[in-house]
Design a protein around this ligand. Structure first.
Ligand SMILES: Nc1ncnc2c1ncn2[C@@H]1O[C@H](COP(=O)(O)OP(=O)(O)OP(=O)(O)O)[C@@H](O)[C@H]1O
Length: 245
C-alpha cells in the first residue's frame, strides 16, 4: 500500500546543506499498522511529510496504493492519504466551527451530501451533531484530536499518516484515542504509518516497526520480535531497554 524506495532529502544548499534522509527503503502492506521509531531528529516526521506531499524536494520513489507520488500536489492522491498531527490545537483553525472544519475538505474536492457526511463522521469518532457549532477552544485535547481524525477521514482515504497522535494528550486520554484509531483501522481496513516515541504505543497498536537513526533506517521488524528482545541492531535493543527502565 505504501512503498518508499531510495528516499533521500536535504534542506539548504552548498555549505548550508543538511541531509536528513539517507536512502530510506520500506514498504507497508494494506491494512497494516506500521510504526516509525527512533530518537528526536532522526527523520521520522520527514518521511511522513514526503508521503503526505508536504515536502516535494525529495529524491527516490514513493508510491501509495500502486500510484507513484510525483513532485507536485496531486489532488487524487490527497484523497487516498491524509495526515494527523501531534498537536490538535495547532492543526485546527481556531475561528472555524467544527462543522466548517469538517466540511472544508468536502468543498475543496466538490463532494456532495456534506451535512450528512459530517454528522456521520462525527458519530464515527465518538462525537455527535451537536459538536458542529462549537469551536476548537471549546473542546478538550482528546475531543480536538477526535475532530482532527474525523477531518483526516472525511475524504475516505485508505492511508493515514499519524505523527505522534497521542503524545500531546493526558495519559488517561491517550488510551481512548489509541482505541479509537484501532477500531477505525479495523472497520475501514485502513493502512496506518505512525511516528511515535512510545514503545508502549507500538506494542499496543502496531504490527511492524522501522527504527530510524540519523536519517537512516536501521532495521524493520515485527512487534513481537521487538518486544521479545529479538532486535538485531544494538541501537534498537537500547531503545527497548530504555523504555523498560
Ligand atoms: N522545514 C525544515 N527545514 C530545515 N530542516 C528541517 C525541516 N524539517 C525538518 N528539518 C530537520 O530534519 C531533521 C529531521 O527532522 P524530523 O522532524 O523528521 O525528525 P523526527 O525524527 O520526526 O524528530 P522528533 O521525534 O523530534 O519529531 C532534523 O534535523 C530537523 O531539524
Amino acid at each position: 500500500m505504501i512503498r518508499v524506495s531510495h528516499l533521500n532529502l536535504s534542506f539548504g544548499e552548498d555549505e548550508q546543506r543538511n541531509q536528513v534522509l539517507y536512502d530510506v527503503n520500506l514498504s507497508v502492506r494494506e491494512g497494516e499498522i506500521f510504526g516509525l521509531v527512533g530518537e528526536s531528529g532522526s527523520g521520522k516526521t520527514t518521511v511522513l511529510k514526503c508521503l503526505a506531499g508536504l515536502f516535494t524536494h525529495w529524491d527516490g520513489e514513493l508510491a501509495i496504493a500502486g500510484r507513484k507520488r510525483e513532485h507536485r500536489i496531486d489532488r487524487a492522491l490527497c484523497r487516498q492519504v491524509q495526515m494527523v498531527f501531534q498537536d490538535p490545537y495547532g492543526s485546527l483553525h481556531p475561528r472555524h466551527t467544527i462543522g466548517d472544519i469538517l466540511e472544508e475538505p468536502l468543498h475543496i474536492h466538490s463532494i456532495g451530501q456534506r451535512s450528512q457526511r459530517v454528522i456521520a463522521m462525527l458519530e464515527k469518532v465518538g462525537l455527535n451533531r451537536a459538536w458542529q457549532t462549537r469551536y476548537p477552544h471549546q473542546l478538550s485535547g482528546g475531543q480536538r484530536q477526535r475532530v482532527a481524525i474525523a477531518r483526516a477521514l472525511i475524504l475516505e482515504p485508505r492511508v493515514l499518516l499519524l505523527d505522534e497522535p497521542t503524545s500531546a494528550l493526558d495519559v488517561s486520554v491517550q488510551a481512548e484515542i489509541l482505541n479509537l484509531l484501532s477500531d477505525l483501522q479495523q472497520q475501514e481496513n485502513l493502512t496506518y504509518m505512525m511516528v511515535t516515541h512510545d514503545l508502549g504505543v507500538v506494542a499496543h497498536l502496531c504490527h511492524r516497526v522501522a527504527v530510524m537513526q540519523h536519517g537512516k533506517l536501521l532495521e524493520t521488524l515485527d512487534v513481537e520480535t521487538l518486544v521479545g528482545n529479538g532486535a538485531q541492531m544494538p541501537y534498537t535493543r537500547m531503545l527497548v531497554e530504555s523504555s523498560r527502565a
